[in-house]
Design a protein around this ligand. Structure first.
Ligand SMILES: Cc1cc2nc3c(=O)[nH]c(=O)nc-3n(C[C@H](O)[C@H](O)[C@H](O)COP(=O)(O)OP(=O)(O)OC[C@H]3O[C@@H](n4cnc5c(N)ncnc54)[C@H](O)[C@@H]3O)c2cc1C
Length: 457
């Protein structure tokens, strides 16, 4: 058995793993990155990027249908799914090529193969042992199902939904979280009859109630059916379709059932437990400096409990690389991680919901909601929704929640405001270009600072 050593050995080349690799290389460390599939992981190949390409194609379809309302002559003739897939796959391929180039430029030793953590700081791949001064576990996550619900055939997860070579007529989406809502949005724009089933009382249940209400209103307008507070009890499929039973006694018939009930940590079968890594319900436990219970063994990304988002993985990867290099980076504030659901309309948020703020600060929490109806650019784009601010008593703004087309692009400013613990009076004097949707944030802060401009009292 041969043995190869490096400053840092990383198991898994997704968002968390490759970010750690690149930052560590920038800091002069020698890095071995082990990946069994494709560099870039879920986000690039089966997650963020392909779904957003589909959502863009969906947006173009909607705009085409609606062209006449702005005086443009165009006729929507349908979806050429081969063309959509070519566009989507082209973007992924270009970014993948770029990422491979970056790995090369950083002189990362990319090892292709399935790795197994064998304890200490060593990972074994096909009989070769790679030992680092430090190891990072970054094996990501997989699409979960429900007990008794087996994926296969017409019962699919997001991976299969991304590679369909036809547009189904009718789909049931199990799960009204981010992934379920995004696919529901795409399919509805593609002309599919969609029903979302969510066991919790509202769509995007992790968001502020305001956001759920706004999204549900928009989905109703778009004729996307959703059934909230209803449990799924079973599904049967045959050559003709899938029939989905609900606790209410109702049965839904469809061509496909998309199971979007969350993602489980991919921590089994890689030697973690055998080597003594502390695991809880499959998640690798770390402290806030992302150290596992074993010396010099870190974990990043979706296998660590918390938000399963690519940019969290990037930030954690960068953090650990800097920690190992002795830069003593600042602990990541999980609440300061921006969250965006890229449906039509989008939902974007950072910080605490009103309910969480009240739990933390008591009932004196203040909120202000600015309606996009008063925002010129949103009117031009024909989108509705709003911006809601949540402010601690005698304190800064601790939560920003937005709904509307393109509001995901405003989350950068919202994150700065949250992270700087800004008071409304700090933000109110900042000028927002007119007419932009950023003005909606500006208006909300003006109003909270007691000097509203375009707000009806
Ligand atoms: C449909 C969908 C849409 C999404 N959209 C967004 C979005 O818009 N924005 C966002 O921020 N996040 C989004 N996400 C989440 C995002 O993709 C994940 O948070 C992110 O990919 C997690 O990164 P990671 O490095 O932890 O894991 P992954 O990206 O899953 O990478 C883990 C890597 O480890 C490799 N691996 C696993 N085991 C081994 C082994 N034993 N040996 C070698 N290699 C191994 C895998 O092949 C994989 O490449 C989406 C996810 C899905 C499924």
């Amino acid at each position: 058995m041969s043995d190869t050593s490096a400053d840092l050995v990383i198991l898994g080349g997704g968002s968390g793993g490759y970010a750690a690799a690149f930052r560590a290389a920038e800091l002069g460390l020698s890095v071995t990155l082990i990946e069994k599939d494709k560099l870039g992981g879920t986000c690039l190949h089966r997650g963020c990027i392909p779904t957003k390409a589909l959502l863009h194609a969906a947006e173009v379809a909607d705009e085409t249908r609606d062209a006449e309302s702005v005086g443009v002559k165009a006729a929507f003739e349908g979806i050429d799914i081969a063309g959509v897939n070519k566009y989507k796959d082209g973007i992924v391929a270009r970014l993948y090529k770029g990422l491979q180039g970056l790995a090369k430029a950083h002189k990362v030793n990319l090892v292709e193969g399935t790795g197994r953590f064998v304890g200490g700081t060593t990972v074994e791949v096909d009989g070769t042992r790679y030992t680092g001064k430090n190891v990072i576990l970054a094996t990501g996550s997989y699409s979960r199902s429900l007990p008794g619900l087996e994926l296969g055939g017409r019962i699919i997860a997001s991976e299969q939904a991304l590679t369909l070579d036809y547009v189904p007529k009718k789909v049931v989406v199990l799960g009204g979280g981010v992934i379920g809502v995004e696919f529901a949005s795409v399919w509805a724009s593609f002309g599919v009859d969609v029903t979302v089933v969510e066991a919790l009382p509202r769509l995007v249940p992790n968001e502020d109630e305001f956001a759920s209400k706004q999204l549900e209103r928009a989905f109703r307008r778009r004729k996307i059916t959703f059934k909230t507070g209803v449990k799924f009890t079973g599904a049967k499929q045959d050559d003709n379709g899938v029939s989905v039973s609900l606790e209410s006694g109702e049965t839904l018939e469809a061509d496909l059932l998309l199971v979007a009930v969350g993602r489980g940590p991919n921590s089994a079968g890689h030697g973690y437990e055998e080597a003594g890594v502390k695991i809880d319900r499959g998640f690798v436990l770390t402290d806030d400096r992302l150290r596992t219970n074993l010396p010099n063994v870190y974990a990043v990304g979706d296998i660590v409990p918390g938000l399963q988002l690519a940019h969290r993985g990037f930030q954690q990867g960068i953090f650990v690389a800097e920690e190992i290099a002795g830069l003593n980076p600042r602990v990541i504030d999980e609440r300061g991680i921006p969250r965006v659901t890229y449906s039509h309309p989008e939902v974007a948020s950072v910080g605490l919901t009103e309910a969480q703020a009240k739990e933390k600060y008591g009932s004196d929490v203040t909120t202000f909601t600015y309606d996009l109806g008063g925002n010129g650019k949103s009117q031009i784009l024909k989108t509705s929704g709003g911006v809601k601010l949540v402010k601690a008593p005698d304190g800064p703004v601790v939560g920003v929640h937005m709904v509307g087309d393109r509001v995901g692009e405003l989350i950068g400013e919202a994150q700065l405001i949250y992270s700087w613990e800004a008071f409304p009076e700090d933000v109110a004097p900042l000028i927002h270009a007119h007419p932009t949707q950023t003005e909606a944030l500006g208006e909300a802060f003006l109003a909270l600072a007691g000097k509203p401009l375009h707000v009806h009292s």
